[in-house]
Design a protein. Structure first.
Length: 588
């Protein structure tokens, strides 16, 4: 199983500097419902205002105890508590809905992007890493936007509001606290910075582990058949150990941060209490003022911790937003650009095509030329790894030629509408790709029009697949399982051929389309394909002599180059390499 890693990228997330402009641009792409954010913040401000009034009323209430309990004032204090709780709940609900809407839109944007990225992107990046961007990184953004940011805003307002009120109450006591709080923050800053760095490392390691797990589990049959359980256990164990070590660091920093914060605040609280008690004893401060100050102090402690947590979350989300932006900045296929044009009765050709993968200097194809006239069958033969399937990939426009061009008639196919181009091609690969779902789902996959059961059974019959489907308990509604594990290789192949029949393509491309069929089934499918080929341009990659000899033209591909072309008889007479290939491949 080949391990492919995404090429390293340098981003602002790696430096720890938060890119506010980039973050806001990312959020605007999700078209958020800003009214929910602003209303939620406004309610949060009201709740904070109500909380700030409680200590002030409590001061008056306590100072008046010598004359009895002021029941009206006590009711006001209790009412403010309840009102603050209700408004806070409404604020939290609105902000939570806002955050869920943002993350849903962000994931929709990412998913829209992922399914439109070119095949070349998926050659370099693990599927699990992309899944991590879709799930984990988007959740981190939501956590910042819906929870940490609103909490930070209300925390600042509560902190500033409490300090302003305290200044008017007793500036000397407030000055003591103002001097002490920066000292607490100075102690906490190195811990918060280290926690943010560990958080970014955890997100990266988690994405890497997701990629490895997805790749291994999706190819579990290869793992089993290769006796690779021990290897994959070791490989996965290393990833888990890495996550564990990062988690240990995170746990240590988190466990230190809490006690340090608590101890610092407790020291602040004790210092203020001692100073205030001395003031009460000397008669320069009332007991009500002391209690009110202590209540404001408690209101300051919470926001101070919230601010510390905000900067930690901000640091973690920074890496996530940068990775998401990197993904969204990847160029996607222009599916709807260009003009639509029927490819029927047009000659398909490659002219001096060279091709090499983006991360590889070694060319896969070199100066490839071929011509497929309408209503003809063109076969590609040659040793494995020669580039035959790559030619099909270029025709499907999964990749762009490094040089040269692919034409239909006199038109460069790059100028044609990509969605329309692919809709006119029926492609059956040697991998017999099949999706999880029912047989009906797989036959109609990617098609927008509705098909009757009779039409589906008709194409199944043409592909010699009707018999085994009819023998299944659920028929067309039979679930094939993930990657089609509940049907055999030959059955998957015939379902893929039936899907090609249903598309009614103008160009038919068969890449080892009958490779998994027995002789009897192959003969039946070849007969059906013969009917399907009428009036169409058909391109065939095959290793079976029976497929090759009937082709109108054969192109012999070796080491990415056309070594010769012509009919079977012409190649046997004039191309020694082809003659040797036929003798070796078809010696029986």
């Amino acid at each position: 199983m080949e391990r492919r890693m995404a090429s390293p990228r340098t981003s602002a997330g790696a430096t720890g500097k938060f890119d506010l402009k980039g973050f806001l641009h990312l959020i605007r792409q999700t078209a958020p419902r800003y009214w929910q954010l602003w209303l939620g913040l406004a309610l949060g401000v009201l709740a904070t205002g109500a909380q700030l009034m409680v200590p002030k009323f409590s001061q008056t209430l306590i100072n008046g105890f010598s004359h009895g309990v002021n029941q009206t004032l006590l009711g006001v204090v209790i009412g403010l508590f309840l009102l603050s709780a209700v408004i806070s709940a409404l604020s939290g609900t609105l902000l939570g809905i806002f955050g869920e809407n943002v993350v849903a839109n962000l994931r929709s944007t990412l998913w829209h992007k992922l399914v439109r990225l070119p095949v070349a992107y998926f050659d370099d990046v693990k599927t699990g890493e992309m899944t991590s961007r879709l799930v984990n990184d988007s959740t981190q953004v939501k956590e910042l936007l819906a929870n940490s940011f609103p909490q930070m805003v209300t925390a600042i307002m509560q902190l500033v509001g409490a300090l302003v009120i305290m200044v008017f109450m007793d500036w000397k006591m407030t000055l003591v606290m103002i001097v002490a709080i920066p000292i607490v923050l100075l102690v906490m800053f190195p811990i918060m910075k280290a926690t943010g760095k560990i958080g970014r490392q955890r997100q990266d390691a988690l994405a890497d582990f997701n990629g490895t797990a997805d790749e291994t589990l999706s190819e579990v049959r290869l793992v089993k058949s290769s006796n690779a359980e021990a290897f994959e256990t070791t490989t996965g164990g290393e990833k888990i150990k890495q996550l564990y070590q990062i988690g240990l660091k995170e746990a240590i920093y988190d466990s230190v941060a809490g006690p340090v914060m608590t101890a610092s605040m407790m020291a602040l609280f004790v210092g203020v209490l001692v100073y205030a008690s001395a003031r009460v004893a000397s008669g320069t401060m009332t007991m009500g003022t002391l209690v009110s100050f202590l209540m404001y102090l408690f209101q300051i402690i919470g926001p101070a911790g919230t601010l510390g947590q905000f900067f930690t979350t901000l640091s973690k989300a920074n890496g996530s937003t940068e990775r998401i932006r990197d993904l969204l900045n990847e160029p996607e296929e222009a599916l709807d650009a260009g003009e639509s044009q029927s490819v029927a009765d047009q000659t398909l050709a490659m002219q001096h095509v060279d091709f090499a993968y983006a991360d590889d200097d070694q060319p896969v194809l070199h100066d490839v030329n071929f011509e497929a006239k309408p209503n003809t069958v063109v076969a590609f033969a040659g040793p494995s790894g020669g580039g035959k399937s790559t030619i099909f990939g270029l025709l499907e426009r999964y990749y762009q030629p490094t040089s040269g061009q692919v034409t239909i008639g006199d038109q460069n196919v790059d100028q044609l509408n990509l969605r329309d181009w692919r809709s006119q091609i029926g492609y059956v690969s040697q991998d017999s790709a099949i999706m999880a779902g029912t047989i009906r789902d797989n036959l109609t996959y990617g098609l927008t029009q509705k098909f009757s059961d009779a039409e589906l059974w008709h194409v199944l019959k043409l592909a010699s697949a009707d018999k085994f489907v009819s023998e299944m308990a659920a028929g067309l509604e039979t679930q094939v399982g993930e990657r089609g594990v509940k049907v055999s290789g030959g059955q998957r192949q015939r379902l893929a051929i039936a899907r090609a029949f249903l598309r009614d393509p103008k160009i038919l491309m068969l890449d080892e389309a009958t490779a998994s069929l027995d002789s009897e089934s192959e003969a039946m499918v070849q007969q059906a394909l013969g009917e399907l080929m009428k009036g169409r341009t058909t391109l065939v990659v095959a290793h079976r002599l029976s497929t090759i000899v009937d082709a109108d033209n054969i192109y012999f591909i070796e080491n990415g180059h056309v070594s010769g072309h012509g009919t079977h008889q012409e190649l046997m007479a004039n191309t020694p390499l082809y003659r040797d290939y036929v003798k070796i491949q078809f010696k029986d």
